[in-house]
Design a protein around this ligand. Structure first.
Ligand code: SF4
Ligand code: SF4
Length: 415
């Protein structure tokens, strides 16, 4: 594992990353852009800045979208550096009791427990039916994170039953292991079900390993790598049986975390197993693009695609989702003005930094309106819930769906 100082030394302060940074675009301040944040990280690492006050505020305002990393000509590993800075900040700053309780509940009692999350999703659906979510959104004095969660809760969806093995349809091309994710599984389970069906139509037998859990991204982003490793160990164990099978995910954020298990375990006994696992990770769009069994049915309409930051910038997957959409008969793909700019979801950023997230979401919704699209296709549950909440609030008659849901519709139309 390279020392933090050596990683920071790669920054030559050229500023080429600045135009790519959404928060620099919003605030036009050096310390809210990648170059300034790297200077803050250096000051923190050298002990010249206190891990509280302004340094922390500027780093907390970072989305972790990694657009800067993709734009950097000098190979600065911004994501890795941000993870180390967040760990340092989390260790040095003890949050207030309500924030500690929320963290403990979210990170330790909910995300790692698929069954509890599914019960929560059922509860949320009932709360919506009874009008309690609207009440929570409007309740004066309600914590802003609660109001924002109520706004994000999808009107439809919820967990979907997934068999342990879904057979291939037609000529068999191989077997893959499906990563269900935590939020995806509980709140947008229909996307997992659509993924299994679409993979089946493409000749893949789909295995859903039992015992898998949250990828650990939320814990890692909140500066708790030890908890992220605990969760990752459970996933390494759950997927150990399918050596050689691709580990397929439909969530850009989870995919980026799973593909970086090697770095997460650097210097730990599991490092080799983690690297081997990471090499198997594929986004479903990456696996299918170029080899899609063309659906005979159509999925007509004007569709636009909003990139998942982690899929595009951390995994380098930008063309495959677009190629798949273009392969659908009758679908008219139009590009957003800036499809690559974060929608403000960014893990739990929209819950913790609501005002900044709202500004980014408002820009995204304006771009969607401008595009004239009837459907926004996404490739990550956070983006799907965030953009859906934005178009709902704006009163737009626009559907937000995962790319595989549109593929699934085209296969179903042919059937
Ligand atoms: S992070 Fe990269 S692009 Fe940004 S200032 Fe440093 S070297 Fe230049
Ligand atoms: S991760 Fe995103 S928000 Fe943070 S500095 Fe880089 S581009 Fe800006």
């Amino acid at each position: 594992m390279q020392a933090t100082g050596a990683l920071l030394d790669r920054c030559i302060r050229c500023g080429l990353c600045l135009p790519a940074c959404p928060t620099y675009g919003l605030f036009k301040s050096e310390m809210d852009g990648p170059r300034g944040r790297l200077i803050l990280m250096r000051a923190l690492a050298d002990g010249r800045a206190r891990p509280a006050g302004p340094a922390r505020e500027h780093l907390d305002l970072c989305l972790g979208c990694r657009a800067c990393e993709a734009a950097c000509p000098s190979g600065v590993e911004y994501g890795e550096l941000l993870g180390r800075a967040r760990e340092l900040l989390a260790t040095a700053n003890r949050p207030a009791a309500p924030a500690r309780l929320a963290r403990w509940l979210g990170l330790r009692q909910l995300l790692p427990h698929p069954r509890r999350l599914r019960w929560l999703a059922r509860g949320v659906r009932w709360a919506r039916r009874l009008g309690l979510l609207t009440l929570a959104r409007r309740l004066p004095g309600a914590p802003s994170a609660l109001r924002r969660m109520a706004a994000l809760a999808a009107p439809a969806g919820g967990p979907a039953g997934l068999p342990e093995l879904t057979p291939a349809i037609g000529e068999r091309r191989g077997r893959v292991s499906l990563f269900r994710g935590c939020v995806q599984d509980a709140f947008l389970g229909r996307v997992n079900a659509a993924t299994a069906r679409v993979l089946g139509h493409n000749g893949f037998e789909v295995r859903v390993p039992r015992g898998q859990t949250c990828c650990g991204a939320a814990a890692h982003h909140l500066g708790e790598p030890a908890l992220a490793r605990e969760l990752a160990r459970r996933n390494l164990e759950a997927f150990a049986g399918g050596a050689g099978e691709a580990v397929v995910t439909n969530a850009g954020g989870c995919g980026a975390m799973l593909a970086e298990y090697g770095q997460l375990f650097a210097g730990h006994p599991e490092a080799e197993a983690a690297r081997a696992f990471a090499a198997r990770v594929r986004d479903v769009t990456e696996l299918l693009a170029g080899h899609l069994v063309a659906p005979k049915g159509s999925c007509a309409g004007r569709v636009t695609y909003a990139d998942s930051c982690h899929l595009r910038f951390a995994r380098g997957v930008a063309d495959p989702p677009r190629d798949l959409l273009r392969a659908l008969p009758g679908l008219d793909l139009v590009e957003l003005d800036r499809p690559e700019v974060c929608c403000g979801s960014a893990g739990v950023f929209n819950l913790l930094q609501g005002e900044t997230a709202d500004r980014l979401l408002a820009d995204k919704v304006a771009d969607v309106r401008e595009s004239g699209a009837a459907i926004v296709a996404t490739s990550n549950p956070g983006c799907q819930l965030q953009i859906a909440s934005g178009v709902r609030a704006a009163g737009l008659a626009v559907e937000v769906a995962h790319v595989v849901e549109l593929l699934d519709r085209a296969y179903a139309a042919a059937d």
